[in-house]
Write a protein that binds this ligand. Structure first.
Ligand code: NDP
Ligand code: 2IT
Length: 446
């Protein structure tokens, strides 16, 4: 339940932003936490900070025309929502997936504000993307799409304005094609305009690994509070993309036994533990479906349209997409003795799913805290670009580890201070919010 004042604000958000259910869900979750903050800091109410934070500073929607290999013309829609720049230039990824709509980009951009605040780095929140579907497209088609997308986007971004990166469907390859087009149009080698670049052209070590590794570091911190470790525990990781692969890698390095991973077609169960080289061969080298994994590993089984959360596990990391872990899934996890959930994806757990996990006493690390390692390492990439420097893997991974334990500490301390020890959702929302709110007050009515 929201208190009356917040309820009115939320109703207004619904009225002004119709047909954007994911955005509504993200706003509702944050408003559900910040009630006690408004009581403590009346200036936020006087300054209408909540209303301002729910309204993006700028929303850009544009046509992206491109031609496929047969010469047929396609029209997609591009988005960049520049949500909040109180703490630094807008920062957040680009998602290429057929499900992308304005509401999707707004939910992601809204989450990004608080996530980026928690990292302690000087970055505001933004997000972008397109309803373009890269599946089944040739390299040349994806390159032409990226070039067309950047032909409009370039005028809105820059190292002091807005710094995009990857997300679903956008990795180093796509960032390369977009960076190349940006450089060509502007005639400037501005490395700090995009992050997630390749190593030989301004990228940073650990950025590809950072989101997955960071989620596991956050999980490690949560377990540590209870005197527990990852070593020897069964783990299930949904997804089979950038975040999932690197979460699996770090879990295995720390002695976790990862039994299953998934894509949108179903899940793989490998009783001997997911074989990372095979997974990488299938997903990163061949860019194939996960079904191919079982051709290399006869002991593993593919469960077409199966529900990965039915696999009994002590640790669950949803690393695919939003709302992939619903109440029924949460009930399966609880019934099977799950101890902890850390969200590698953005908003993968539904509100009802979260209620079930809470009631079941499962440790829960929300995405805006647990997956913040990716964007934090993007900010480290920006630092290296600005200094024309490059750091070693070990140094950068150590920094990532420090950032994740600081985020855990902020969430835990804030939850404790507001009388809800162990509630990382409340802790992340309040700690992330207060810093942005203070900066907004300090910068005046802009
Ligand atoms: P990738 O594109 O590398 O991988 C996405 C994975 O999720 C694929 O296995 C994909 O399966 C699956 N997936 C995507 N959409 C759906 C869907 N609608 N239903 C079922 N499965 C789906 O993306 P990332 O690994 O980069 O991103 C995964 C999640 O992590 C997203 O929520 C993203 O916002 C979040 N995130 C990413 C960060 C990053 O640095 N990349 C940072 C922080 C959060 P298939 O191939 O079958 O579509
Ligand atoms: O959701 C996210 O934090 C990302 N996709 C990464 C954003 C970034 O700018 O690195």
């Amino acid at each position: 339940m929201l208190d009356e004042k917040l309820d009115d604000i939320y109703d207004e958000v619904l009225r002004r932003n119709p047909a954007e259910p994911e955005f509504h869900q993200a706003v509702r979750e944050v408003l559900g936490s910040v009630g006690p903050v408004l009581t403590k800091f009346p200036q936020y109410t006087a300054q209408k900070i909540i209303q301002r934070i729910c309204e993006p500073e700028r929303q850009i929607i544009f046509r992206v025309p491109w031609q496929d290999d047969n010469g047929d013309v396609h029209i997609n829609r591009g988005y960049r929502v520049e949500f909040n720049s109180a703490l630094g230039p807008f920062k957040g990824g680009l998602r290429f997936h057929p499900s992308v709509s304005l509401g999707t980009v707004k939910f992601l951009g809204f989450e990004q504000i608080f996530k980026n605040s928690l990292t302690g780095m000087p970055i505001g929140g933004g997000k972008g993307g397109s309803d373009f579907d890269p599946k089944g497209r040739s390299d040349n088609e994806v390159m032409r799409f990226c070039q067309s997308f950047m032909t409009e986007l370039y005028r809105h971004i820059g190292e002091y304005t807005d710094v995009p990166a990857g997300d679903i469907g956008v990795g180093t390859r796509e960032i390369g094609w977009m960076f190349g087009q940006y450089k060509r149009i502007t005639n400037r080698y501005e490395s700090g305009t995009l992050t997630g670049k390749g190593l030989s052209w301004g990228g940073a070590l650990v950025r590809p690994e950072a989101t997955g590794y960071g989620a596991v570091f956050f999980l490690q911190e949560m377990l540590k509070v209870q005197g527990r470790e990852i070593e020897g525990r069964t783990c299930v990781v949904s997804g089979a993309g950038n975040v999932a692969i690197h979460a699996i890698e770090k879990l295995q390095q720390l002695g976790g036994r990862v039994l299953a991973c998934s894509d949108s077609q179903g899940y793989v169960y490998d009783p001997d533990g997911i074989d990372l080289p095979t997974l990488r061969q299938v997903k990163e080298v061949e860019r194939e479906r996960l079904t191919k994994y079982v051709e290399y590993r006869p002991g593993a089984t593919f469960h077409k349209r199966g529900n990965i959360w039915e696999v009994p596990t002590e640790v669950a990391l949803p690393c695919a997409t939003q709302n992939e872990l619903a109440a029924a899934d949460a009930r399966l996890l609880v019934a099977n003795g799950c101890l902890a959930v850390a969200e590698g994806a953005n908003m993968p757990t539904t509100p009802e799913g979260l209620d079930v996990l809470r009631a079941g006493g499962v440790l829960f690390g929300p995405g805006k805290a647990a997956n913040a390692g990716g964007v934090a390492t993007s900010a480290l990439e920006m630092q290296q670009n600005a200094a024309r420097d490059s750091w070693t893997f070990a140094h950068t991974e150590a920094k990532l580890g420090e950032i994740m334990s600081s985020i855990h500490e902020q969430c835990a301390a804030t939850a404790e201070a507001y009388g809800r020890p162990g509630d990382y959702v409340l802790g992340a929302n309040i700690a992330g919010f207060v810093k942005v709110a203070d900066a907004m007050v300090a910068l005046g009515l802009i």
